[in-house]
Design a protein around this ligand. Sequence first.
Ligand code: AMP
Length: 175
Amino acid sequence: MNLRDSIRTIPDYPKAGIMFRDITTLLADAKAFRRSVDELVQPFAGLKLDKVAGIEARGFILGGAVAHQLSAGFIPLRKKGKLPHKTRAVEYALEYGTDIIEMHLDAVHPGEKVVLVDDLIATGGTALAAIDLLTQAGAEIVAAAFVIDLPELGGADRLRAAGVKVSTLVSFEGH
Ligand code: AMP
């Protein structure tokens, strides 16, 4: 079983020139889903982590499973306006315009060890915004883990340059 083969590619979605890497096919395949979670968890086996933070929405599915396997808590990092209690927000640049992600102020406590999880890293803008939110709250970022890397977009290198350990399971060329 090859994880890469379980990921579907949709050309020109959501716009021309983007090769959308669709993990719904991976999630629907019991063996591929389990293998992905096992491989995401593997670098942290035996470590005592406090929390896993997942980025809305696909990061919730993978991050929730990773948190369960690590016996850690889970922190949802959400799009603006979705969290009901007091939040901290970070704005970050997209290719066109900006976006905002939010976290509850009491989601993480100073000194807690946190792993960030998302489905895919491209430019790294989203993950860096997430790391900014977590570190502002005093979290210690142990690592960031993704199923898919698009290395040509440089996100994993940007995170590493910022001092964050990065693990990825499958790489695809291009955007
Ligand atoms: P970035 O902030 O550029 O690293 O983009 C990462 C976020 O955008 C992740 O939450 C991904 O789910 C999504 N994303 C970016 N590019 C793609 C792509 N080619 N296929 C699927 N999702 C993508």
